[in-house]
Structures are given as structure tokens and as C-alpha cells.
Ligand binder design. Sequence first.
Ligand SMILES: [Zn+2]
Length: 134
Amino acid sequence: MKHGLILGKDHWQEMLEHVDRQAPLEACGLLAGKHDRVEKVILVRNQAQSPVRFVMDPYAQLQAFEWIDSSGLDLLGIFHSHPSGPQAPSQTDIEEAAYEVSHLIWSKDQNGWKVRGFWIENGSATEISLEIVH
Ligand SMILES: [Zn+2]
């Protein structure tokens, strides 16, 4: 199901601080909520500790999935950063997209960090809308 996501300003801020702290390494995490409304950002360690790749720490990811489940929420999205671009999912991101959720990419250029949302399906990525609310 492809649709936009609604995020609180605090969720946006939490992700921004995380990706900025981890740079120049890629950072990653999960978004949980209901329908298209994000209610919780879960920061996950990038086990790859790489500037060009992320692999979610499997134990932290499992714990997060259990928390989401026990909280009655759904996994809505996965976010990760491209500290030196590009703004869109890489070929590897597309190939490794394992969950039918939204994918948020934080990228950085001379103007700072920017986040864009994508839906990845059948080997291609389509941009989705992200609405930031207060
Ligand atoms: Zn990527």
C-alpha cells in the first residue's frame, strides 16, 4: 500500500539529530505508528558502521519489532541516511528492501540535511509525500 506519511515535528527532529550525530557514517532506524501517522521513532545501531551502507543491528531490530507489536502499533517505515548523498534510494537499498513499508532517506548536501520518502516495490522506488505536523 503506497501512501504518504504524517510525522510530528519532534519525530523529524529526533531523526535529524540521530543522522547528524552518526555522520559521516550512515544511520538508521524504524518508524512505528498507526495507518499513516508516525507515533514513535526507534533509533537502531548501524551494525555496518559504514559511510555507504547500513545493516540494522539484528538484536536491536528484533527488540524494536517486539516493542512495536506489544504497543499495538505497526511498522510504518524504515529510515536511513546518505551522509554524502544521493537523495534517493541506492540500487542496494532497492534490492535489499525487505519490508513493505515506507523508506525515508536523509541526505546531506551543502544546504544541510533533507528527508524524502519512497515506496519501494518490484525493483523501483516511487516518491511519497511526507507531511510534518506540529
Ligand atoms: Zn541507502
